[in-house]
Design a protein around this ligand. Structure first.
Ligand SMILES: Nc1ncnc2c1ncn2[C@@H]1O[C@H](COP(=O)(O)OP(=O)(O)OP(=O)(O)O)[C@@H](O)[C@H]1O
Ligand SMILES: [Mg+2]
Ligand SMILES: [Mg+2]
Length: 290
């Protein structure tokens, strides 16, 4: 098959692994920087112009779209869809996943456990918002953060008020969320491909850090999910409409709670923690569906 990996950087671990896995299975594979693609639109003839030529006969694409280029990256994914290529991440699902508020709305309708979350447009009544989520300590998140940046723990009412007011002053939209203390700075990343959990790890934040993100210095180890956790991860991925997803959840006293569903989850952490060939699993998923 002719597979394109949409990625800005051929040297990234995930990109390299996907290229390697596709080659091993005898596919033709190329890394395409979505920002270097021109989208050509005319009657009944959707095209993409890349490096001086039109891209032709693509069977499948694997979008690896960073959150800073969501708009253009999604347009390129959509164009490949118009050209009839199979995609491991549909453009609609990609956009949906990039907005934490929209994601939580979709997940809540699908009856998936979530930390109680409040979104307010303009918080004249900051203290009302704070009491909605059960008072401090609470978590404040930028709507479009990633890698743990823009996720703040406010331990007192005063701290919560100042942080919310500061973000509002910067015109940054935030959600306010109950803090799940029992998680003790740990979370679970479940990697889902084609409706199945293909690997899972528990991440622990470094000493004194409530965020478990590996980019924030957390450590990871492979774990076996409980049935309840596995069902939650699969259900969340399905609700988001994603073929490949990294589902983040925390263990609470009332069961697993989903924090977010990532649509371009990195392969390095999960492959190193589990020793599994996740890249190959993604290529096999394409072989089954493209
Ligand atoms: N409500 C909460 N209660 C306890 N811990 C939380 C809560 N929300 C987030 N955390 C911790 O903070 C981390 C980062 O939060 P979240 O996943 O929402 O942000 P992110 O910036 O999008 O991260 P990612 O890089 O995984 O996309 C979580 O992995 C978890 O360890
Ligand atoms: Mg995220
Ligand atoms: Mg996360």
């Amino acid at each position: 098959m002719n597979i394109k990996i949409l990625s800005r950087n051929t040297q990234l671990y995930s990109t390299k692994r996907l290229v390697e896995a596709a080659m091993k299975r005898k596919h033709t594979v190329e890394v395409v920087d979505p920002l270097k693609c021109d989208i050509v639109i005319e009657r009944r003839n959707p095209n993409i112009y890349f490096k001086g030529d039109y891209i032709k006969d693509v069977d499948a694409i694997i979008p690896r779209i960073g959150s800073s280029v969501t708009f253009y990256g999604t347009a390129v994914v959509r164009q490949f869809e118009m050209m009839g290529a199979f995609t491991t991440t549909e453009s609609e699902a990609l956009v949906r996943s990039r907005d934490k508020l929209r994601s939580l709305q979709v997940l809540s309708r699908a009856k998936i456990g979530l930390p109680k979350t409040v979104f307010t447009n303009y918080s004249r009544d900051v203290s009302g918002v704070i009491s909605q989520v059960g008072g401090p300590p609470l978590v404040i998140k930028l709507l479009e953060g990633t890698q743990g940046v823009g996720v703040v723990l406010a331990e007192t009412k005063n701290a919560a008020e100042s942080v919310i007011e500061a973000f509002n002053g910067l015109q940054a939209r935030v959600i306010v969320q109950e803090f799940i203390k029992e998680a003790k700075g740990a979370d679970i990343r479940a990697f889902v491909v084609d409706g199945h959990v293909v690997g899972a790890m528990k991440r622990q934040g470094k000493e004194g850090e409530f965020r478990s993100n590996l980019h924030r210095g957390g450590s990871a180890e492979a774990i076996e999910l409980s049935d309840e956790e596995e069902i939650a991860a699969v259900k969340a991925t399905k609700a988001m409409g994603l073929g490949v997803a990294g589902v983040d959840m925390i263990q609470s006293s009332r069961g697993p709670l989903i924090l977010e569903v990532n649509s371009s989850p990195g392969l390095e952490g999960i492959e190193k923690a589990t020793g599994k060939d996740i890249a190959k699993t993604i290529i096999r998923y394409i072989e089954k569906h493209a």
